[in-house]
Write a protein that binds this ligand. Structure first.
Ligand code: FES
Length: 178
């Protein structure tokens, strides 16, 4: 069973490398390797969810750009991450208005439902849980953000339905890519 799991994982990783290769091939006609780098790093992060060292080596080989330069760029921009990151980053506002309006109960419900603590991510890398300072819509507190989506007037009773929405989205994506 464990061997089978490893085989599947290897196959998935190979597929991801292929995606990056074909992206580089499609952009190659531009003939500007340095200019392509940013786009290739974006694609790599989109495919892997972060920038693994093996992918950085591939990019370096294919574009003929030293890995030190690529690391320099990857660490300069906050957008890029060298560590695996959850697909959906949840930020619960811990500002005063949200706290007073019951944000703490929402956070407790999130922790209980996801089975993780603050700063952690679920084992399937689907959700990461964080707190944030005021999100700027205190009049609609408690406020929660998941990637680019903002949820206002949050309550613990809304948590399951919201998380399910993202789970369903991922299931749909997986089915479509088969
Ligand atoms: S305190 Fe939460 S949005 Fe301002």
């Amino acid at each position: 069973m464990a061997v089978k799991c490893l085989e599947i994982k290897d196959r998935e990783v190979r597929e991801k490398f292929k995606k990056i290769e074909s992206f580089i091939n499609s952009e190659h006609k531009l003939n500007d390797n340095q200019g392509m780098l940013m786009g290739v790093l974006h694609k790599t992060q989109e495919v892997f969810g972060y920038l693994p060292p093996e992918a950085m080596s591939l990019v370096s080989d294919r574009l003929g750009i030293p890995t030190a330069h690529i690391y320099g760029m990857a660490t300069f921009y906050n957008y890029f991450t060298l560590k695996p990151r959850a697909k959906y980053q949840i930020f619960m506002c811990k500002g005063t208005a949200c706290y007073v309006a019951g944000g703490g109960r929402v956070l407790e419900k999130l922790q209980e439902t996801l089975g993780i603590g603050l700063g952690d991510m679920t084992p399937d890398h689907m959700f990461g849980l964080n707190i944030t300072r005021c999100l700027g819509c205190c009049g609609l507190s408690p406020v929660m953000q998941i990637n680019d989506d903002i949820y206002v007037r949050m309550g613990p009773e809304k948590v399951n339905a919201i998380l399910d929405k993202y789970r369903k989205k991922e299931t749909k994506k997986k089915k479509a890519s088969r």
